[in-house]
Design a protein around this ligand. Sequence first.
Ligand SMILES: Nc1ncnc2c1ncn2[C@@H]1O[C@H](COP(=O)(O)OP(=O)(O)OP(=O)(O)O)[C@@H](O)[C@H]1O
Ligand SMILES: [Mg+2]
Length: 242
Amino acid sequence: MIQVNQVSKSFGHQQVLKAINLTVPKSHVYAIIGPSGAGKSTLIRTMNALESIQAGEILIDGISVHDKKTDINKLRADVGFVFQSFNLYPHLTTVENVAIAPIQVKKVPKKEAEEKARELLSSLGLGEKFASYPGQLSGGQQQRVAIARALAMDPKLMLFDEPTSALDPEMIKEVLDAIRKLAASGMTMVVVTHEMGFAREICDQIVFMADGKIVEVAPPEQFFSNPQSERAKDFLAKVLQH
Ligand SMILES: Nc1ncnc2c1ncn2[C@@H]1O[C@H](COP(=O)(O)OP(=O)(O)OP(=O)(O)O)[C@@H](O)[C@H]1O
Ligand SMILES: [Mg+2]
């Protein structure tokens, strides 16, 4: 579903992605972990063309993301993206927030798009909040609206960049539960996360990044019990003692 081939990227003189290779098969869940500044966000942002690249190629379901001929709106419809900050439209209700892209981008009739928005919101535990505005919701509720909004486009895969790191601890679980449910439904996903327990539980593979490189890719049980590189051992020693 996702193929990253020899991708390099620099910001000015700083090379932040160094010849990255990664393959994510359909219906698999990959977690990207690693120290701050490793290039995790940059890598995931290249996957839906939020960042350009200088070398290599990324294919999503066979479509080359950075090819000038690629229809970027079509690609973004196929690739759901959920960030740390939810970026909902403050003047639209939850239903309107979820329905707006299908209406505007996919030309789905309003009634149909809003019906589907209500279904998605209900499935994420927001059945009581159809008429609420983002400012009336908790952070965890807003993030679930953001997930519903991405799902409303019927994406082929979902990318998450630290979806819980802006949330209070008591709200993290409800968002992780929503992502867990998606994983169980067979959605292909890449999740940048600092939640090691969560990564361990739901992911097929852990991708450990440091200094712009993928240092290790391994199933969670293997990665957490027997990391191969010094860099990963060092990282785990720091994060797991908390
Ligand atoms: N728009 C930008 N302009 C210049 N440098 C950038 C930009 N975005 C990221 N960088 C730099 O690229 C490097 C990788 O950043 P990135 O955000 O991908 O790291 P990260 O692994 O997601 O870190 P964190 O865990 O803190 O989110 C960092 O050194 C960062 O300062
Ligand atoms: Mg980041």
